[in-house]
Design a protein around this ligand. Structure first.
Ligand SMILES: [Zn+2]
Length: 300
């Protein structure tokens, strides 16, 4: 078989955008400065200064542990309003040589497009599967190079090198640079957003997740995903690290089919995140992002 002709590699990243600290981040920086000033001007007050700084760190840490929070920066938890009656299925932690091809066949059967948040290291091992994802009309986005559990404990340089490595691997495998980033387990810290701004990437989380890496019951996974299904939802499933049912089948297969059937019955076409972005060609990324981030509701 002849190798598929590949288009020239696209740039490594999207257009950088200016970083604007959120009120929580700006407030924390101001509080650090005020606490330092207080400790210098009135040394006996240092316990209050230290207490205030510690409290602000608790707030930042809590915000980073809440995947759907926009307190640390813009975060797509639903599609922007102009996406209309569409939803997005996002599939994390692949590519997986056993599961991903079955997921692709299922998506084809329902003429649905999905967004695959791939791990760079897995893509490097299975580049043909990444190629197939892109060739079948789906989007390949960045889920970091190594999916390390301590991702959110790293500083700006380590975050940037991990995300850039993912950009390079996924662009080389799919032919197109990712436009979206999803943090491993959705966990973040305040250094992430400036890095994403510099690389022209948009953070995306989800409206609902099925916990299909831990739950062996595909019906339960589907029920969690479909509870309150509505236009502009972003749903999270996994082709990598997929839990297995009692017959040893990856639960994502059956759960995804239930979701696709429900979406078809509800007349909610499945599009990629980047299609939602592209359909806002006249809408700047920042505006689309504000629209998507402003509408999140607590759903953890
Ligand atoms: Zn993941």
């Amino acid at each position: 078989m002849n190798p598929t002709p590949r288009p020239p590699a696209s740039p490594l990243a999207g257009a950088p955008r200016p970083w604007r600290p959120t009120p929580v981040v700006a407030g924390t920086v101001a509080l650090h400065a005020a606490a330092a000033g207080l400790a210098v001007a009135q040394p006996s007050a240092w316990p209050y200064a230290v207490g205030a700084v510690a409290a602000s760190h608790v707030v930042l840490t809590a915000a980073g542990l809440w995947p759907r929070s926009s307190l640390l920066g813009p975060n797509w938890t639903r599609l922007p309003a102009h996406a209309g009656d569409r939803i997005a299925i996002t599939i994390d932690d692949g590519p997986d040589p056993e599961v991903t091809p079955r997921v692709l066949d299922l998506l084809d059967r329902y003429a649905a497009h999905a967004t695959f948040f791939c791990i760079g290291e897995m893509a490097r091992r299975h580049p043909r599967i990444v190629e197939a994802i892109a060739a079948r009309g789906h989007a390949v986005e960045n889920h970091s190079q190594h999916h390390r559990h301590y991702f959110s404990l790293q500083g700006p340089r380590a975050l940037r090198s991990e995300i850039e490595a993912g950009q390079r691997t996924l662009r080389d495998a799919s032919g197109t640079a990712p436009l979206f980033f999803r943090a491993p387990a959705g966990l973040r810290n305040p250094f992430l957003e400036p890095v994403l701004c510099a690389l022209g990437l948009q953070l995306a989380s989800w409206t609902r997740r099925g916990f299909d890496t831990r739950t062996a019951d595909s019906a339960l996974v589907a029920t969690r995903l479909l509870h309150g299904l509505a236009a502009r939802d972003i749903l999270l499933l996994h082709d990598g690290h997929a839990a297995r049912d009692e017959r040893g089948r990856p639960v994502v297969i059956d759960a995804l089919e239930r979701v696709l059937r429900a979406a078809r019955d509800a007349a909610l076409p499945c599009i990629t995140l980047r299609a939602a972005l592209a359909s806002a060609a006249t809408l700047p990324l920042a505006a689309a992002t504000r629209a998507a981030s402003a509408s999140f509701e607590v759903n953890e």
